[in-house]
Design a protein around this ligand. Sequence first.
Ligand SMILES: [Zn+2]
Ligand SMILES: [Zn+2]
Length: 274
Amino acid sequence: MPDITITFLGTGAGNCIYRAHTAIVVDCADGTRLLLDSSSGNSVMRQGAAVGMLASQFNQVLLTHHHGDHMGGIPFISDQRRRIDANAAPLRVFSTSEALDRLGKVCLATQLNVPSVDEEGAYFADGSQFLGWTAVDNGKWITLGPNTLASTFPADHIPGAVGWKIESNGVSVVFSGDTRFSPSVAEASQGARLLIHEAFCTDKDQKLANSRGHSSAGEAARVAAQAGVAELVITHIDSPFSADTQPLIDDARLHYPGPISAANDLTVVTVATP
Ligand SMILES: [Zn+2]
Ligand SMILES: [Zn+2]
């Protein structure tokens, strides 16, 4: 029976100093590999190397938003792919037009020898492509593999922020991205086998989380309960809870009766598919 295998390469909030920033590898039942967010800097390469995943094996990135802890790794992954294979196809990035516009600006500002971008990607001085990207519309499915589809839904974080719903062999996995408690996340997660939701802090500091565009653990669990998902994994953990995530799980437990766990860097979760 093929499974969907989810490997958390990075599980830290933007200011977390103990964990890598957000990057989640989804290996779908049909062999399609998707990278959900790219962490920052060289974290995907470092964390991936620890579990035998090379940059050359990442072809498609689903980006939730343009904050540096989610988008900053993309130029490094693309560069590394070419070091491994000079003829590698450009890394493909799927996100909202807002996020891709910022990604283009990052490429122009930080990448030597990448002087131009357009609506389809970023280019080296010789005209060859450095990155390819596709703007997505919320609610519209895109085909990413033989039996794998994905679509975005709005998150409540910054303009252009989204979450992703991945459907492979008829089984759904949803990633909230960064978001406050949002009915749109619950709606998109209806019937999902697994919800991966950010949880910035315990419920005691919910107002602080909301003021920064994030959710408390209890709010993540309320989304899971409203959507009726089969399992909840929380991620995007801040420094105070990095060593001990139990307080987050305890708060989540008050709102959702199903299986709850907190992802750590290099946690692997499998989801059975038909
Ligand atoms: Zn973040
Ligand atoms: Zn963010």
